[in-house]
Design a protein around this ligand. Structure first.
Ligand code: PAF
Length: 284
């Protein structure tokens, strides 16, 4: 496995790969790899000739007071896990390599970035789309693998690639969960034992909302309030949003239409750790 710390090395490596007629699968991450990331690498390895992982804790997507400096950076361990999961090349740039001067150009996706995470973290998505656009430009033509755990991010990045005609096919990959249902996230490492146990409420709440829809509830407001009430009943959780949305527009439908599919999304704070989760639900 080749490790590149400069854009030129990484771009050159992938240009050579494509010149040989081979396809590239890109997995952008901020490191602290867990089984969710490894499943992205395995999907890329199954569908592409060469798997490229990027590890960069992007300062642009953290607001002041968020966990940028505390974000885990276990690079040696990440490299071992990445190689075992099939990565052929890893891009680990420094901040100075990615942002040699403060950026004057940022990428903003309208609409999809407004609700939920966008409302809770107003500068977050411009930071994400700006760095992902840079990574797509550096990597070139590829399939890029993103987890559905960050469902809004996946929608936003997919729209960016479409609107900007980037030569990238964004591939959604399912959420990987712990055995008790907690969605895997690098931020789970921050949880103490009590918060770790309490955090399972997010998935339970979403499942309770899904059960309501399966039982025939067609009012998204009633479902969202039920999801929120399950989270509120957990004393260690400070609930954020709970939403029922159309997966394409991320807007709340006025009524749940039989035969359609909706996405339930919820967040909560456990101690100082903010976690998010979501679930796809078919409307009977
Ligand atoms: O999901 C993440 O880890 C990050 O938001 C991403 C896509 C790597 C951009 O920094």
């Amino acid at each position: 496995m080749q490790v590149c710390s400069t854009k030129a090395e990484f771009r050159g490596f992938l240009d050579n790969v494509r010149a040989l007629g081979r396809t590239v699968g890109l997995v952008p991450t901020m490191g602290a790899l867990h089984d969710g990331h490894l499943s992205l690498l395995r999907s890329a390895a199954a569908e592409c000739d060469v798997v490229a992982l990027t590890i960069f804790v992007n300062p642009l997507q953290f607001a002041a007071g968020e966990d940028l400096s505390a974000y885990p950076r276990p690079l040696e361990r990440d490299l071992e896990l990445a190689e075992a999961a099939g990565a052929d090349v890893v891009f680990t740039p420094s901040n100075a390599e990615m942002y040699p001067v403060p950026v004057a150009t940022t990428v903003h996706v309208d609409g999809l970035t407004a609700p939920m995470e966008g409302a809770a973290r107003p500068t977050h998505f411009d930071g994400v789309t700006t760095v992902v656009a840079k990574l797509f430009n550096i990597a070139g033509t590829c399939r890029a693998y993103f987890g559905e755990k960050d469902f809004q991010q996946l929608a936003v990045v997919t729209r960016m690639a479409f609107d900007l005609d980037q030569p990238v096919t964004v591939v959604p990959c399912p959420i990987i969960r712990e055995t008790d249902g907690l969605a895997m996230s690098s931020r789970n490492a921050y949880l103490d034992r009590a918060d770790r146990e309490a955090a399972t409420v997010l998935h339970r709440a979403l499942r309770a909302g899904a059960a309501m829809i399966s039982a025939g509830e067609t009012d998204p407001g009633i479902v969202a309030r039920h999801v929120a009430s399950v989270i509120e009943a957990e004393p260690l959780a400070s609930p954020g949003y709970a939403e029922v949305v159309d997966p394409a527009t991320l807007e709340t439908p006025t009524v749940l239409v039989p035969g359609s599919t909706v996405r339930l999304l919820a967040t909560a704070l456990f101690g100082s750790t903010r976690l998010l989760d979501n679930l796809e639900v078919p409307v009977p």
